[in-house]
Design a protein around this ligand. Structure first.
Ligand SMILES: [Zn+2]
Length: 303
């Protein structure tokens, strides 16, 4: 029984890994797009600035042409002023001279405005270009990291698939079929670990009697609420899949005053799997001596 349940736990673990790897592969392009967002925004800003610079340059060129044309007209007008003998003609020439002067002044003012604008636009370019360069480097690094994860994910998936192929024929067909049916109806999660009397997937407490049965580990039991196949996470036989310390070991009743603060305890838990497993085994030996749950554990199971 233990062997078969361990095989199912291993199968669930492999299936979860395969699913995560496939999800990673699917999310990869979106992740790359997300880390590129800042660079895309900067490039759009640069394109807009380039457009403004080009429009400013075209505007100045047009004004310079108009100013040149007006200057030519001014020279011609001044020549005509010297040659004319008629008062009427002179007045007309002077009127034209006034118009040309006003036109020139207006165009020169416009040109000054555009020149000031060009200066401001040009000043914005170097910092923006530097920012784009820096962001491009950052993006390249982030993209490489994502690509690496994707490639590792692909290798992990292939490895998990290979292990699965070896494992499948060793599982009794009826058990495998049950696993597959539950997995199909429960988002791929056919098994659930039980910790302190609680089904970890549906988060509901299981009856104390069932919890006791489960710890004996001689039957295939299912959660009365979510119907998943249950296993007691802190059974030493499943220590490879134990992902958290046994709370019964961490909080001995006699040692309450010396308990570390919760935050510190959390730090200790990280990366402490092997130590935890050893502690779990020790605890189970203790448990086996009277083969009963401590009272506080039952209370938690009811809570
Ligand atoms: Zn459940």
């Amino acid at each position: 029984m233990q062997d078969n349940l361990l095989k199912l736990i291993t199968l669930q673990d492999l299936d979860n890994k395969i699913r995560t790897c496939r999800q990673n592969a699917e999310d990869g392009p979106n992740k790359i797009q997300t880390v590129r967002e800042r660079l895309t925004a900067l490039e759009a800003e640069k394109a807009l600035l380039d457009e403004k610079v080009a429009a400013n340059s075209a505007g100045r060129l047009e004004l310079e042409g108009q100013i040149e044309e007006l200057s030519l007209r001014k020279t011609t007008n001044q020549g005509r002023q010297k040659k004319t003998r008629s008062n009427n003609e002179y007045r007309a020439i002077m009127k034209e001279a006034d118009l040309i002067a006003a036109g020139l002044a207006a165009k020169e003012d416009e040109l000054l405005v555009l020149m000031a604008e060009a200066e401001k636009l040009q000043a914005q370019l170097p910092p923006l270009e530097a920012e784009i360069e820096e962001e491009s480097k950052l993006f390249a690094e982030k993209e490489a990291a994502i690509q690496l994860t994707l490639s590792q994910s692909g290798q992990q998936e292939a490895l998990a698939l290979a292990k699965r192929e070896v494992l499948l024929p060793t599982i009794p067909p009826a058990m495998l079929s049950r696993y597959k049916t539950i997995a199909q109806n429960r988002d791929g999660q056919a098994l659930s670990p039980v910790v302190q009397g609680m089904c970890r997937v549906c988060r509901l407490s299981i009856p104390p009697q069932l919890y006791n049965e489960l710890q004996k580990n001689d039957k295939l039991l299912t959660c009365p609420n979510c119907a998943r196949i249950l296993y007691w996470m802190h059974h030493p036989y499943f220590s490879e899949f134990c992902t958290e310390p046994n709370p019964q070991v961490q909080t001995p009743i006699t040692d309450k005053k010396e308990r570390k603060p919760k935050a510190e305890e959390g730090k200790l838990r990280k990366g402490a799997k092997t130590k935890v497993t050893k502690k779990v085994s020790k605890n189970l030996e203790d448990d086996d001596s009277d083969s009963q749950l401590p009272n506080d554990d039952r209370t938690i199971a009811h809570a």
